[in-house]
Design a protein. Structure first.
Length: 897
């Protein structure tokens, strides 16, 4: 397989960027689609780029069979240099010339799902980042933008629907039962946004009229039989179109906008111009088969891909180092979209907490590990490895800080400026930041722009240390903020960041205090935002009768770790009273974390009951609180994850972390038993299913209550709640309640679980996405005496398992290796052995998926023995293979460095 290489790999560096030597103005592609041998005719009009020295044309290609090359209709000389097709003797001067390239490829053999491939008998393409070169020879780089005309020809019976980007201009019959369709994209685009789909599909359709009065056709294409799962995706698309117009004045620029779902997809979805291709997981949903989480994910991914139409497609990236230009910005936009769709402010806060939780459990470890890289990386071996939480989620936080610094309206003005300057161009992160600053000349962002941009260039999570000193003689409180950032690979010294710090002060009873700095005349109530630019600065608040409780970094105003030596009493006050929901939640997390760390670091045997009464009572008060939302309660009552706890330790014994967290959870289950009963009874009936934030929150809290009650029953031996849970599992009117009940039985390890699992499988054996949940639940179950790994092996020999399908592979292997640390890190190293076998096996046919899995051991250096040594051995075992993809090679090499 050509993607598996031996020998040295090339490093691509950002500083080496040069403009392309040629421009491609137009592309006419004709496809004769056939799974075994597809013929591709590519007619391009090119011209030399007068700004760079004259040189040969080097076209990228991969896994292609080249049949013919014509220049201006005549044969010409060419040579191959590795994967590149090199044409030396092209017409001189700046006149355009025509280049015709005829190739064939074998879509049915394409297991890496990059380029043109077949999924369940339907043709799909995936071109980002460098997949177009697997379809034809091309300048496969985002700064080459061309106009596309695409003709598809295929057997009409097997492939009745033929789609590509833009507008359908012609279709008709051909001989031998074949037919054709011709599509013209009115917008220029880089080749990574090219797409085609051909197969038997049906569409939900909706005509909409935009604010400005233009008409559009929206379509969601799925396999026949899946139509009853398309309503939510369509509604999300309609809401996305309306939101981008209302919030940013950005209209839909196409007559027709299509979404197509495929069950074989490496990622979540892809923003191809006018023809988004989605993993079925982010399209298909109805109340019987999808959970509340699925509904929310679909809304945000549909939004995300739609928003790319402006941030990514109309303005695209100059080179792949600029990936966060489109991804960070578009994640920020989809987060804002989901928040703006929330009717209640409390639901917005819940969304914010969930987003921060993702950042802290996935991105902070990345930033502290061997793959740490800046939001705008400086080098890569394989660009696929840089579709990361740093580029996406930290990138979104950087954009969010810009909004904080210029204000919501200033941000909208900055977006306007960005499109006024750069519409139709391929640009850089600098260009975006400059537009924001120029549209807001009096802002902190404009004043601090060069320093602010360190967020793009420096990797690592900054630490913000805060220290408060109250002086009763001057009635003042001095809060000193000090920032630092640990070295990351290739960056030993860090310069100070621009850190927006939102602060409030509370009195001992939890009331908001007016904030008055020494040099202000007027105190101001509520949250104030400060901008830390120095390594250390002190804020002196005056007119305070007693030492305040500081609420620092409200709303998580910057992606940093905040160190403040809170007393338990301070945290309890914040948990009970802070008006900032984020910090209110955070206070509970800090208390839980503190107790977890204390138990983990205690000498000798583990304490059976790590929680103290104060914590339990505080949790009871939140659970029973008359005014708080169920969704918020569920977040507060959820203990910090094992991954998050482990990140706070220098040396990690994963078994000890697991045991402590489980003990904490069981203690919470038992100590609050009657409160869990109340919570279940008070929230259980939600009427007809609607995936809105309020009823979603009620279902989340009921689900948590059931898990807790089953855990408590495990200790007491009482059959009551497991029995009720099984009944709820059977009677449930929607997938969320049904799955939560099933999960409660599995998580508590109750004997009823196996029956329920069998029944669930029987009920949903024809629903691939539901089966993924069934697999994932078992592979992610709490380990009891090492029983999960054998279960995982059994699941992988189950008739419904298929390693080639990324969703199914992830549902078992990733759920075990990446999401179940207590089961994965085994003293006998069998988990690591399993991991290395899977990485190697996956790499032979799908390097992208393999490289993601390879990252499950990123943090091996933190592990205590014997885990550390055996994890290293497992990584070395993978690295020692001569046949490895660039993708996996880069990950394991960096890991061992
Ligand atoms: N650009 C896609 C997104 O963020 C992600 C993606 C990358 C999908 C590479 C496929 C391949 O929406
Ligand atoms: Zn994206």
């Amino acid at each position: 397989m050509s993607s598996l290489r031996e020998g040295p790999t090339t490093v691509v560096r950002r500083e080496d960027y040069t403009a392309p030597a040629y421009w491609i103005d137009t592309v006419e592609l004709s496809f004769d689609l056939d799974p075994a041998k597809t013929r591709v005719l590519n007619k391009m009009r090119l011209r030399r780029n007068a700004d760079v020295p004259a040189q040969a044309l080097r076209l990228d290609g991969e896994d292609l069979n080249l049949a013919r090359v014509l220049v201006n209709g005549a044969g010409c000389s060419f040579r191959m240099d590795g994967n590149q097709l090199v044409l030396e003797s092209l017409p001189e001067g700046s006149e355009p010339f025509e280049l015709e390239i005829f190739t064939t490829c074998a879509p049915e053999k394409n297991t890496q799902l990059m380029g043109l491939y077949v999924s369940q008998g339907t043709f799909f393409t995936q071109c980002e980042a460098e997949g177009f070169r697997r379809i034809t020879y091309f300048l496969d780089r985002p700064d080459v933008m061309a106009s596309y005309t695409v003709t598809l020809r295929a057997d009409k019976k097997k492939y009745p629907v033929l789609l590509s980007n833009g507008n359908l201009v012609e279709e008709g019959e051909l001989a031998d039962g074949r037919h054709f369709a011709k599509w013209v994209d009115p917008h220029k685009k880089p080749c990574y946004l090219f797409a085609l789909v051909a197969g038997e599909l049906v569409a939900r359709e909706q005509r909409i009229v935009s604010r400005s009065g233009t008409e559009h056709l929206l379509q969601v294409f799925v396999r026949p039989g899946d139509m009853d799962k398309t309503e939510h995706a369509m509604n999300s698309l309609i809401a996305s179109v309306a939101w981008d117009e209302a919030r940013f004045g950005l209209p839909l620029d196409l007559e027709r906008f299509m979404i197509v779902a495929t069950s074989d997809f490496n990622m979540g979805a892809m923003e191809n111009k006018g023809l988004n291709i989605f993993n079925t997981k982010y399209v298909l949903a109805n109340s019987a088969t999808a959970t509340d989480t699925d509904f929310a994910n679909i809304e945000s991914v549909v939004g995300h891909e739609y928003f790319h139409n402006w941030t990514g497609n109309r303005v695209t990236c100059r080179d792949w180092f600029q990936l966060s230009l489109k991804e960070g910005l578009t994640v920020f936009r989809d987060q804002e979209f989901s928040m703006d769709l929330c009717a209640e402010p409390s639901a917005r806060a819940v969304k914010r907490i969930e987003d921060v939780r993702v950042l802290r459990t996935a991105q902070f470890p990345e930033d502290a590990g061997p793959m740490a890289h800046p939001v705008r990386p400086d080098s890569y071996v394989e660009i696929n490895n840089f579709y990361t939480v740093t580029v996406y989620e930290k990138g979104a936080e950087v954009v969010r800080m810009m909004q904080t610094l210029v204000g919501r309206e200033g941000f909208a003005a900055g977006m306007k400026q960005y499109f006024a300057r750069h519409d139709g161009q391929a640009v850089t992160c600098d260009d975006f930041a400059q537009s924001m600053a120029d549209a807001n000349p009096a802002s902190d962002l404009a004043r601090l722009l060069p320093q602010f941009k360190r967020w793009y260039s420096q990797a690592g999570t900054p630490r913000l240390k805060a220290q408060g000193v109250y002086d009763s003689s001057t009635r003042s409180y001095a809060l000193t903020l000090t920032q630092s950032c640990a070295p990351t690979p290739g960056q030993s010294v860090k310069e100070p960041f621009v850190i927006p710090v939102a602060i409030g002060l509370l009195d001992a009873q939890g009331g908001e205090l007016p904030l008055q700095l020494a040099h202000w005349n007027q105190p101001e109530a509520g949250t104030r935002s400060f901008v830390l630019t120095q390594e250390s600065e002190t804020l002196t608040f005056v007119n305070l009768d007693a030492e305040p409780v500081p609420s620092i970094l409200r709303g998580f105003s910057a992606p940093v770790v905040l160190d403040f030596d809170y007393s338990d009493a301070h945290l309890l006050t914040l948990l009970a009273h802070d008006v900032d929901p984020f910090n209110r939640w955070e206070a509970g997390q800090r208390l839980a974390l503190r107790l977890a760390l204390k138990a983990i670091q205690s000498e000798g045997a583990l304490p059976a009951e790590p929680l103290d009464m104060a914590f339990i009572e505080a949790m009871r008060a939140v659970l029973r609180h008359p005014a708080l939302d169920a969704a918020f309660k569920e977040l507060v009552l959820t203990l910090p994850s094992e991954t998050y706890i482990s990140e706070q330790l220098d040396v990690v014994d994963p078994q000890r972390v697991h045991a402590v967290r489980e003990a904490m959870r069981e203690q919470l289950a038992q100590a609050l038993h009657d409160d869990w009963v109340w919570a279940f009874e008070a929230h259980r009936d939600n009427g007809a299913y609607r995936p809105d934030p309020l009823s979603t929150g009620r279902r989340a809290l009921t689900g948590m209550a059931l898990t807790m009650l089953c855990l408590a029953a495990r200790a007491s031996g009482s059959p009551v709640w497991p029995g009720k849970t099984l009944q709820r599992f059977k009677d449930a009117g929607n997938m969320t309640d049904r799955f939560n009940a099933l999960s409660a039985l599995v998580v508590s390890g109750h004997p009823l679980a196996s029956d329920a699992l069998a029944r669930f499988h029987q009920l949903f054996r024809n629903e691939a996405l539901v089966l993924d949940k069934w697999f994932a639940l078992q592979a992610g179950a709490p380990d009891r005496g090492g029983d999960v790994l054998p279960a995982v092996r059994r699941l992988m020999s189950h008739a419904d398992f298929n390693l080639k399908n990324p969703n199914r592979a992830r549902s078992v292997i990733f759920s075990y290796c990446s999401a179940n640390p207590g089961a994965f890190h085994r003293a006998d190293a069998a988990g690591y052995q399993f991991w290395s076998d899977c990485v190697i096996e996956l790499d032979a046919f799908n390097p992208q998926v393999a490289a993601r899995l390879a990252r499950a051991l990123d943090r091996w250096k933190k592990l205590a023995e014997p885990y550390r040594a055996t994890a290293r051995e497992a990584i070395a075992r993978v690295a020692a293979r001569t046949q490895l993809s660039n993708d996996v090679r880069e990950v394991v090499t960096r890991s061992l460095a």
